[in-house]
Design a protein around this ligand. Structure first.
Ligand code: 6PG
Length: 259
């Protein structure tokens, strides 16, 4: 499902509202809500909105369990840390229980960090990774998502729920949830904004029935629930029928089935 919005701020508001609704439902039904956060620039505004009233007060924070889809293996106070970004924009401002916050710690030894995160995920979820209610993801211009990069061996990983990534050309080592883990989630939400994402977004969405080539195409939740929240600029290269609905767009999202 693609949901089209006018601009990045509308995408952020929609994503924050979606988080709030899903959290309420999950807490009512099961007493907890487990979410995997994304790094990158795009979700920051969503996190900030969640940290402010009225959304902040509409979420039962003690019942929220926080994980990360990926992490750059840098010191916790390094500006590139995904956990630090989420703390500064959200977690430091809400009454979350710190025991329920599970950053990926991999600065010293990425391989050990990945093994530990894999074990943690197995303890908290099933061996297949089932149990995350929501995963937020971004989309890189090369089609990567989380730290799943093109041609990475991690894309073919069938056992591990988290793995180390050492991809040629990357400046730092990383740890990522594997497609196996992400695809077991209840819902996966991609947040994609800006003209620089238009080309890759249309490529990734062009043919989702064929074999996956780009990392983002490996994300196919078993439950079938995947939502692309995109703005007009990112949607600019979508095929004409989809583009027409963008241009006719209102503040309300347009929903388009993708699979
Ligand atoms: C990371 C991310 C990564 C990101 C995309 C999009 O830690 O780098 O998890 O997958 O989501 O690169 O990043 P932007 O939102 O900054 O465009």
């Amino acid at each position: 499902m693609i949901r089209l919005y006018d601009d990045p701020d509308a995408v952020s508001r929609a994503a924050a509202d979606y988080f709030m609704r899903q959290a309420r439902r999950a807490v009512e039904a099961r007493g907890r809500f487990s979410v995997a956060l994304s790094g990158g620039r795009t979700p920051r505004r969503t996190y900030e909105l969640l940290a402010q009233p009225p959304r902040r007060d509409g979420i039962s924070w003690p019942h929220i369990h926080v994980y990360w889809g990926d992490e750059r293996c840098v010191a916790p106070d390094d500006e590139r840390s995904n956990a630090l970004m989420a703390r500064r924009s959200l977690l430091d401002y809400v009454p979350v229980v710190w025991d329920h916050v599970h950053p990926i710690r991999c600065e010293g030894d990425p391989n050990t960090g990945a093994l530990r995160y894999d074990e943690l995920l197995r303890e908290r979820f099933s061996d297949r990774g089932a149990g995350l209610d929501l995963v937020f993801l971004g989309l890189g211009r090369d089609g990567h998502t989380a730290s799943l990069f093109p041609h990475s061996p991690v894309l073919a990983e069938k056992e591990r729920l988290a793995a180390e990534v050492s991809t040629a050309g990357q400046q730092m080592r990383r740890v990522t949830m594997t497609p196996q883990m992400i695809n077991a989630a209840g819902v996966v939400v991609f947040l994609v904004t800006g003209a620089e994402k238009a080309s890759i977004l249309s490529t990734v969405l062009a043919d989702r029935s064929g074999p996956a080539k780009l990392p983002a195409q490996f994300i196919r939740p078993h439950s079938g629930r995947i939502i692309w929240m995109v703005d007009r600029a990112a949607a600019a290269h979508l095929p004409p029928d989809r583009k027409r609905s963008t241009e006719a767009g209102t503040h309300a999202p347009r929903k388009i089935k993708t699979q």
